[in-house]
Write a protein that binds this ligand. Sequence first.
Ligand code: ADP
Ligand code: MG
Length: 278
Amino acid sequence: MKERSSTNAPTSQTDGSQRTMSKTVIHTSNVKKVYTMGTNKVFALRGVDLTVTAGEMIAVMGSSGSGKSTLMNILGCLDVPTEGSYELDGIRVDGLNRNQLADLRNQKLGFIFQGFNLLSRTSALDNVELPLLYDRSGRKMDTRALATASLQRVGLGDRLDHQPSELSGGQQQRVAIARALVTQPTLLLADEPTGNLDSHMTVEVMALFQELNEQGITVLIVTHEPDVARYAKRIVEVRDGRILRDHPVADRRRAADDLATLNAAGPEPDAAAIEEAA
Ligand code: ADP
Ligand code: MG
């Protein structure tokens, strides 16, 4: 794989009042995806131009069937576009073969799914260590120590030996986030990460995403919940395989503040408390 410096060169970006130099993490140009089913063609993506720079936190929104998962699969190097180009962290992705895609995923990406996808009857520590055991770079590392540090980073340093069934939904998703972080990815990709969580756990998980983003990790979250999208810095709205709108979040919320409000309201937060917090 050839590093291409063209789009990976630092670009000047205005971030509020301060000017910062940011690296391009994602750059797609006219990405199209056509699924052929017998004689039928489904045009899932019809020309997507998307540029994401380091340090962004993006919510991709859109109704069912709009192309969100297709876009996520392409950005996540799980699939390649039918047409158009995609560069991830300066590496041209379209045209790579399966093994090259797998290596790229392992080096650069952390995935978080709606259903957590943890191994049951397996400790949090073992779950988080797993991606390191698939590492094919041959470098020496203390996988137990790295997995422990990753769980500490998401606030679960005291739950290393717990199995998924012994953890709350929010804690399970935090284990999944620790697993995504353990390989030190350039980009976190989350597909409906709060879809299986109640409102309190949703805010808890979003607070963690915001904290990680403040530490410099680029985060891209697919969601259909406006309340979740408001924690992002930028919203990309997809419709019929195209980007319909792409705008900064004007009334961005801090999940840590909302969490504090919820916790002050009592141990059993209900929908009314969330409404009040928002
Ligand atoms: P979303 O995630 O926004 O619900 P998808 O990306 O899953 O949307 O789907 C976009 C369109 O592509 C839909 O019309 C869907 O039916 C179609 N599609 C998605 N995956 C496949 C596939 N593997 N084969 C055929 N059609 C697909
Ligand atoms: Mg989907």
